[in-house]
Design a protein. Structure first.
Length: 171
């Protein structure tokens, strides 16, 4: 029976590698974002030269893509290190300080914070194009953003309470 238990535990532990293709897919998504960023940048240059459109909205589109790419990097690194394997970079000077220190709760807060920032940029972009949006559409966008902010606040409170409970119990 112990041999079967050992086999099952070894098999389950090795199954974490099934997540690796997901992280590779996210790296592919960053490559696609680079392509799309280039298209948006060329569009921004066109807006600058032609005087058509809002430069602020164009720049916000670029910022939105950068935030999304940063979010993907955080998810790739932290998720891979938390659930698959440690990333051995040795003492490489460019290793981000947060690598290896982001647990699931930190990852959740970084994720919701990034989603709120992206949602805020989308809302700001919608406000710049308010003439093209109906009041109902704007109300939905504001409602979704407020929901993200409220969710982030609740997550932060829950993490703070959990952290307080963890420290007060001595664990």
């Amino acid at each position: 029976m112990q041999a079967f238990e050992h086999f099952m535990e070894t098999f389950l532990f090795a199954s974490r590698w099934l997540l690796a293709p997901f992280y590779l897919g996210l790296v592919g998504a960053i490559v696609i974002l680079i392509w799309y960023f280039g298209i948006e940048f060329l569009h921004l240059i066109h807006m600058l030269i032609s005087g058509e459109g809002s430069l602020v909205v164009g720049v916000l589109s670029l910022v939105d893509l950068v935030l999304l790419a940063n979010l993907l990097i955080i998810i790739i690194f932290a998720g891979y290190e938390n659930f698959v394997s440690k990333i051995d970079t040795g003492d490489h000077e460019d290793r981000p300080d947060w690598m290896g220190h982001v647990d699931f709760a930190d990852l959740k807060m970084k994720l919701i914070g990034s989603i709120i920032a992206i949602s805020g940029i989308e809302l700001l972009r919608a406000f710049f194009h308010v003439s093209g949006s109906s009041n109902e559409e704007m109300a939905w966008k504001v409602g979704v953003h407020v929901t993200f902010v409220f969710t982030g606040l609740i997550f932060a409170i829950m993490d703070k309470l959990g952290e307080h409970k963890k420290h007060s119990s001595g664990g």
